[in-house]
Design a protein around this ligand. Structure first.
Ligand code: AMP
Length: 397
């Protein structure tokens, strides 16, 4: 039996999960939030008990040291030697990393060198990795990249129609995101329909706060809706998704905004929040949809963009066998799945509303036996995928 730590470090947070392998049982999980602010928040769930406290967490390095100390002090582990591997989610792998990779000094430097593609994430992730390498010498550390699953995209799908030199000189291309989620969900969906993934034309709709869709062909990512950064694609909680690039320049001028300010608006004040003026959270919008005109239009646009991408990807895949819903909204919100599927009648998609309603955070086939496309709900599990990669690459028994 081995114990693997799966680490997900954001710009001001560090989430973790301790997973027993090969049983894949979650032993404990938790997070440090508001890193770098006056007062951080530390949460731990272990043995069915939830604890929460506030304490300053100045850096990601401190967050790692506090986590390791807490694991032994609260007897979640007796000794650091019980931790047999650590896996780290890394947001940007650029064109360097095509798969998860064992980390050494060279890999760490490469992750740092990709900071310009994910300025808020890669440096924080690298700092966390360094802290673990210092605290747990000799323990295999593995980097699992959000982008690597999409390195199979053909040039026709990853290139933008801008001067080709910008791709060559600056790496200006589509990288996509949510790759670890897609890898897990697509494999699991293929198991559930009992067919080899390589034989399926599949679209996965990852509908969370961040939203993207992925077209999977021959078992690989063929096209994906996020772009150079996770700002592109469909309407999200606070992100705009695709817009005309000249509108950005137009609004910068009208509002007298810097590029940074405009980018921030597109990332944090747009999407469902910007349209509705109420909330970025789908639960709030569903509650207000019938009484508030702007909540309704926000929802209509959300559904419409997803339906547009499914149509586009079905054309690119030349058909569709399997449609999968995942992440917060995809796993829990039957009305959203229902509305998306109702717009896909032209593909002979038919779902069983009773099965659809029954699926709340659970694996479930929701299409009828007559449906030409199998429609499934598959809860995503990025941490488990990370732990599996650590076991495989670290050759852990
Ligand atoms: P995620 O980013 O995957 O955590 O998804 C967040 C989105 O899922 C928000 O828009 C939530 O409103 C929506 N959601 C709906 N039901 C739930 C639920 N039971 N738990 C978490 N998120 C939910």
């Amino acid at each position: 039996m081995s114990k693997i730590l799966a680490i997900n470090a954001g710009s001001s947070s560090l989430k973790w999960r301790l997973i027993e392998m090969p049983t894949e049982k979650v032993i404990a999980k938790g997070s440090a939030e508001r890193i770098g602010q006056k007062l951080g928040k530390i949460k731990v769930v272990a043995n069915g008990e939830k604890t929460e406290r506030e304490s300053p967490v100045p850096t990601h390095h401190d967050a790692v040291e506090m986590l390791l100390k807490m694991l032994t002090e609260s007897k979640i582990i007796n000794d650091f030697s019980e931790i047999t591997g650590v896996g780290h989610r890394v947001v940007a792998g650029g064109e360097i990393f095509h798969q998860s990779t064992l980390i050494d000094e060279r890999v760490l430097t490469q992750i740092e060198s990709l900071a310009e593609y994910a300025p808020l994430h890669n440096p924080a992730e690298a700092e966390g990795i360094r802290a673990f390498m210092a605290a747990l010498p000799g323990v295999p550390e593995v980097a699992v990249f959000d982008t690597s699953f999409h390195q199979t995209l053909p040039a026709v799908n990853y290139l933008y129609s801008i001067p080709y030199d910008y791709y060559k000189q600056f790496g200006a291309r589509k990288y996509g995101a949510h790759g670890t989620s897609y890898r897990y969900v697509s494999q699991r969906a293929a198991e559930l329909v009992d067919q080899p993934l390589a034989d399926l034309k599949m679209i996965v709709a990852h509908l969370g706060n961040g939203v993207s869709l992925d077209a999977i062909k021959d078992g690989q990512s063929y096209n994906t809706s996020m772009g150079f950064t996770p700002l592109a694609g469909v309407t999200m909680g606070t992100r705009s998704g695709d817009i005309d690039a000249s509108l950005v320049a137009f609004l910068e001028e009208k509002l007298d905004l810097s590029v940074e300010q405009m980018t921030d608006i597109l990332n944090t004040k747009s999407g469902l929040l910007g349209l509705s003026g109420i909330s970025s959270d789908m639960r709030d919008l569903l509650a207000k949809e019938t009484t508030n005109e702007r909540a309704k239009i926000a929802m209509d646009i959300f559904i419409d963009r997803i339906v547009q991408y499914i149509g586009a990807y079905t054309a690119q895949l030349n058909g569709l066998d399997t449609l999968v819903f995942t992440a917060g909204i995809g796993e829990n919100e039957a009305p959203i799945r229902s509305r998306v599927c109702r717009s896909l009648g032209y593909l002979d998609v038919e779902i069983d509303e009773n099965l659809n309603k029954a699926a709340r955070g659970t694996e479930q086939l929701i299409s009828t036996p007559q449906s030409k496309v199998k429609v499934l709900v598959v809860p995503t599990d990025e941490e488990l995928m990370i732990a599996r990669d650590v076991v495989e690459l670290g050759k852990i028994k």
